[in-house]
Design a protein around this ligand. Structure first.
Ligand code: PEP
Ligand code: MN
Length: 300
């Protein structure tokens, strides 16, 4: 309890008066402030209650690529579609995304499959366009501390998937969620996507301890991204299962109908048949855990 309260107060506040005010008014993200878990309704899917399996390409590249991939992930049990139309690329010469054309393709894929769409917004100037087409606005790792973007998506009120910044602590991440919540948007989903460490074998170090840590401190749903979290196709399945075991409310996995043709994040693009097998294990493990919880509760 002390830890939760500690996190809920402003450690940097200067005076004793500030301290007592922050204890009386715990942060909006804190479990103490709400005292129950948040669930977010996205076209009938209750994020935080129903397991949220988001899958799709890193980038929207064409109508054919997006719609075929969307159909395939849906057949395998995904309940949301991902795909970037505005891409935050490390190099300015890499594929930057199709922009508004990409958003229209995503809307068409939703029409065809019924899957809600998760797509990234990288600039406050695009927020209006993106929210016309998206069901969930993704704020990516590189923009986690883009405070004007956080305020903007806070004002818009659409559900936001807030990825952890690659150099961020839990407290910094939660404070970014606070920016959105403070604007009156209560629909924030956190996403652990790995942080930079000295390890080079993996693209990032997927910090799965953050899943139960977020749940200890906050009422917000939290999912994991084993695609960016490892950058290695062979590691996505084991880390997906580990995230489920750690209590994640969902996963976001990059799938491409022809991985060898992917214009971004090719090395981690999962082919649909592999996704089908992984999704089956994910859902199986989730069911097993729910059953165990019920059994243990009954015996207690
Ligand atoms: C993405 O989801 O494609 C992406 C760029 O993710 P991140 O912000 O976690 O790097
Ligand atoms: Mn990607």
């Amino acid at each position: 309890m002390a830890l939760k309260e500690g996190y809920a107060e402003d450690k940097n506040s200067g005076s004793a008066q500030d301290e007592s005010a922050s204890l009386k008014n715990p942060r909006l993200y804190s479990f103490l402030a709400r005292k129950k878990r948040t669930t977010i309704d996205v076209r009938g899917i209750k994020v935080g209650e129903d397991f949220t399996l988001i899958a799709g390409p890193c980038s929207v590249e064409s109508e054919k690529q997006t719609i075929i991939t969307a159909q395939k992930v849906k057949e395998s049990g995904a309940n949301m579609l991902r795909g970037g139309a505005f891409k935050p690329r490390t190099s300015p010469y890499s594929f930057q995304g199709l922009g508004i054309k990409g958003l229209k393709i995503l809307a068409k894929a939703r029409e065809e499959t019924g899957l809600p769409v998760v797509t990234e917004v990288i600039d406050t100037r695009d927020a209006g366009w993106v929210c016309e087409y998206a069901d969930i606005l993704q704020v990516g790792a590189r923009n986690m501390q883009n405070f004007s973007l956080l305020k903007e998506v806070g004002k818009i009120g659409k559900p936001v998937l807030l990825k952890r910044g690659m150099y961020s602590t839990l407290e910094e991440w939660l404070n970014c969620a606070e920016y959105i919540l403070a604007e009156g948007n209560q629909n924030v989903i956190l996403c652990e996507r790995g942080i930079r460490t000295f390890e080079t074998y993996t693209r990032n170090t997927l910090d799965l301890s953050m899943i139960p840590a977020v749940k200890e401190i906050s009422h917000l749903p939290v999912i994991a991204d084993p695609s960016h979290g490892t950058g290695r196709l062979s590691l996505i399945e084991p880390m997906s299962l580990a995230a489920v075991a750690a209590g994640a409310d969902g996963l976001i996995i990059e799938v491409h109908y022809r991985p060898e043709e992917a214009l971004s994040d090719r090395e981690q693009a999962m082919p649909p048949d592999m996704f089908a097998a992984v999704a089956k294990k994910i859902m199986g493990l989730r069911e097993f855990m729910k059953r165990m919880e019920r059994e243990v509760d009954r015996k207690a």
